[in-house]
Design a protein around this ligand. Structure first.
Ligand code: SF4
Length: 339
């Protein structure tokens, strides 16, 4: 899928901390470390899957990149051309509004993400109007063109969102995200609320549109089979940090981090007689207000040693393009998903 090696997005040391005020149950103010020192890149035309449990920080990463809320620190570089770099986090309000044409989001819930009082035509046209890109006949032509590419009918444009199924509404959301011809899209659990057959239809549409528009995608999801299908590479998040990142096949069949191994063990296998037993992680994901010292995963890791409780593991490249943060990568032989 990805032929070019231009890094479209480079995220460096991204942090997003949410302050909590002191209240009835805590005497002092605290901080939720939702994203804590996250770095990665996405090549132009590539799909990077971002997976992890609820509360791991993956949605916060997507929203912080688009500045849906302000990151605490870090950099997000866009390389629209070779040798050019725009730090999205350094843009002022006016510059950011103009730059948003290059980056858009497809939301999780196709029901609540569309304004019920607007026609489909007005929903899709809104980004063009707000950014003063087209008006009149040109606007209508552009809306009709993207609607057809997203497999909507022209007569759908006169209707309101309540008249559509979940899959059709998500296609309206995709058309709205693509109408400005952005280079980069964050898909935030974009198929999670849909039935399985509709999920497949939307995933295939996304793959086709990615080729057509040369799109770069950050695909945030918790369903690993969906991520495996659509992603060129995958990053695994745990408690605000990326713990492993690699080409999709390597991550699924040759994981280097015990948390990834546990995720892979939970994928249902086609043959139940030969499938590995799921690794049951003990306890809940710890609170990001007070994350465990050393390796955040140590209270739930079956391989943990003393060093894991004391020292943060280094982020290292163990095989070409395959990174992990674990003290014991060289000692452990982990099992991947069933082929
Ligand atoms: Fe487990 Fe230690 Fe590796 Fe963390 S560093 S994943 S606790 S083995």
């Amino acid at each position: 899928m990805a032929e070019e090696t231009l890094k479209l997005i480079e995220v460096k040391n991204l942090r997003k901390f949410f302050p909590l005020r002191a209240g009835r149950f805590s005497a002092s103010a605290q901080t939720v470390k939702a994203v804590d020192d996250v770095s990665f890149y996405i090549n132009k035309g590539e799909t990077l899957g971002l997976v992890g449990e609820s509360g791991s920080g993956k949605t916060t990463v997507g929203r912080a990149i688009l500045r849906a809320f302000e990151p605490t620190s870090g950099s997000v570089y866009f390389h629209l051309q070779e040798g050019e770099a725009t730090d999205v986090l350094a843009l002022n309000r006016k510059e950011l509004k103009a730059f948003r044409q290059h980056m858009q989001m497809i939301f999780q819930d196709p029901y609540s993400s569309l304004n019920p009082r607007m026609t489909v035509r007005d929903i899709i046209a809104e980004p063009l109007v707000v950014n003063n890109v087209a008006r009149g006949k040109a606007l209508n032509e552009r809306v009709a063109d993207i609607a057809l590419r997203c497999r909507l009918n022209i007569e759908h444009l006169r209707r309101f969102p309540h008249a559509f199924s979940g899959g059709q509404r998500q296609r309206i959301g995709i058309a709205r995200a693509l109408v400005l011809h952005p280079e980069f899209i964050v898909c935030d659990e974009s198929v999670s609320a849909l039935d399985v057959s509709v999920q497949a239809e939307i995933l295939n549409l996304l793959v086709d549109l990615q080729d057509e528009f040369d799109l770069t995608l950050l695909f945030i999801a918790h369903d690993l089979s969906v991520v495996e299908y659509i992603s060129d590479r995958v990053a695994v998040m745990y408690l605000g940090r990326i713990v492993e990142m690699s080409p999709t096949k390597d991550l699924f069949f040759n994981p280097l981090h015990p948390y990834t191994e546990a995720l892979m063990s939970a994928i249902p296998a086609p043959d139940p007689d030969t499938s590995m037993r799921p690794i049951i992680l003990q306890g809940e994901i710890p609170s990001p207000i007070d994350p465990p010292p050393g390796c955040h995963f140590h209270p739930r890791c079956q391989y943990a040693e003393d060093i894991c409780k004391a020292e943060k593991p280094e982020w290292r490249e163990y095989q070409p393009g395959h990174f992990a943060a674990c003290h014991l990568v060289d000692k452990l032989t982990l099992k991947g998903a069933e082929e």
